[in-house]
Write a protein that binds this ligand. Structure first.
Ligand code: SAH
Ligand code: SF4
Ligand code: F3S
Length: 386
């Protein structure tokens, strides 16, 4: 596209993000790279030359939303002369690879989470092809290590708060979870680069941070473990406040609680997904801890980190979950009194071990269990507010 005077007008990119904070940060990384390559971001779908969906595969529902949006886009642009380039990126890209082209023939390219740095080049190459653009559908992901530079474009949506990726992927094997498949095994970023990124953002005027990882407690780079990383972040001048997500109970240590109590800038906030209160289900989930271990851990957390906030994730209706198993979870939620809990209905995922188990808790029963814990948690939260 050109102005009549011959000045080059930047191509506009619309990007919609689904899923977790990791995807929110990845979207920023992609925006930063695209801006550097001369593209302009737009919030107006109708103005877009390129449309990107940064997708999530964690539950069926998350994927359904994307399939339906892809259908909407197809309808919307079917009778237009100029059809924007359409890319599916993120976790669904990795989960389905070229199958996406079969289910959504209007998609031009597919890029998994490890290859997001290639997006500007892919768009450039596709845009240079002759019409129709969507005849070329060649890219998918194979890579796994992201180049460090991509975290340093200085693109942040929020001018006060930034997410900082400390590790990519996950090497746990929770039997229900697709994340290790779509995001690969755990890779830790060099702590020096993490600290540089934080300092650069501080120079831009950002002073609140959230350190991001699927299991931050497993962080280890040379002799720096997660506790040491937290201590170093605390020492960054002009940084006012920071927190981290997500912690895994089996890797959460008393050392971390002590550092949480000591570090003034670190928010007294712990998101510690328990998933279930039944030992039998926890075993089937391969979570690596028992109900008692979790209860004891929370006991110590509350003793050491005075006034610390505690939130969790819970899955109801995991394969073979009996009424008794569910009651164990219900009872645990009642005992612990979380400040907030995110409750999910079990959703079978491809490439996971649990997919081989029968999804035998009927839908209506999953909904009932979901509702019961939601109500219980709502009462607890209300009580705490008062
Ligand atoms: N790494 C984080 C986040 C994982 S995904 C962690 O370990 O907690 C966020 C939450 O989605 C999980 O904690 C779990 O409660 C839920 N979840 C993951 N897979 C699921 C599935 N197949 N069905 C239902 N909920 C799921
Ligand atoms: Fe998934 Fe478990 Fe890793 Fe979290 S810790 S991302 S639930 S495999
Ligand atoms: Fe979803 Fe991928 Fe995050 S599956 S929850 S966007 S890591």
């Amino acid at each position: 596209m050109y102005f009549s005077l011959g000045l080059k007008m930047n191509k506009k990119v619309f990007i919609q993000t689904f899923g977790c904070q990791m995807n929110v940060r990845d979207t920023e990384v992609i925006c930063g790279l695209l801006e550097k390559a001369g593209y302009q971001m737009t919030e107006e779908l109708n103005h877009a030359d390129i449309i990107l969906f940064n997708t999530c595969s964690v539950r069926q529902h998350a994927e359904d939303k994307v399939w339906s949006q892809l259908g909407e886009i197809r309808k919307k642009f079917s009778c237009r002369k100029r059809i924007p380039l359409l890319g599916v990126i993120g976790c669904m890209a990795q989960n389905y690879k070229e199958e996406i082209f079969k289910r959504a023939p209007n998609v031009d390219f597919v890029v998994g989470p490890s290859d997001i740095h290639k997006i500007p080049d892919i768009i450039k190459r596709l845009s240079a092809q002759h019409y129709p653009l969507n005849a070329i559908k060649v890219w998918q992901t194979n890579g796994n290590i992201r180049p460090e530079e991509i975290y340093h474009t200085g693109f942040y949506q929020d001018k006060e708060h930034a997410y900082v990726v400390i590790s990519e992927g996950c090497s746990n094997a929770c039997s229900y979870c697709v994340v290790p498949y779509v995001r690969g095994q755990l890779r830790n970023r060099n702590y020096k680069d993490i600290l540089n990124e934080i300092k650069e953002a501080v120079d831009l005027g950002i002073n609140k941070f959230t350190l991001l990882g699927q299991n931050v407690n497993a962080y280890q780079y040379e002799d720096v473990n997660f506790v040491k990383l937290v201590e170093r972040v605390e020492r960054v001048k002009q940084l006012k406040e920071f927190s981290f997500i997500t912690s895994h109970p089996k890797d959460t240590t008393f050392d971390l609680f002590r550092v949480m109590a000591d570090c003034e800038k670190l928010k007294k906030y712990l998101h510690l997904p328990v998933q279930s209160g039944s030992d039998r289900i926890l075993r089937l989930m391969h979570r690596g801890y028992t109900r008692k271990f979790y209860l004891d851990l929370i006991n110590s957390y509350r003793k050491i980190v005075k006034g610390g906030v505690l939130t969790t994730d819970i899955i109801v209706g995991f394969p073979t979950e009996s009424r008794q198993d569910f009651e164990d979870t219900y009872d645990l939620v009642k005992k612990i009194e979380f400040d907030a809990a995110y409750i999910f209905k079990y959703s079978p995922r491809p490439h996971t071990e649990a997919q081989r188990l029968p999804d035998d808790v009927p839908k209506a029963e999953k909904e009932r269990r979901h509702r019961l814990i939601l109500e219980l948690q709502k009462n607890i939260s209300n009580k705490k507010c008062q």
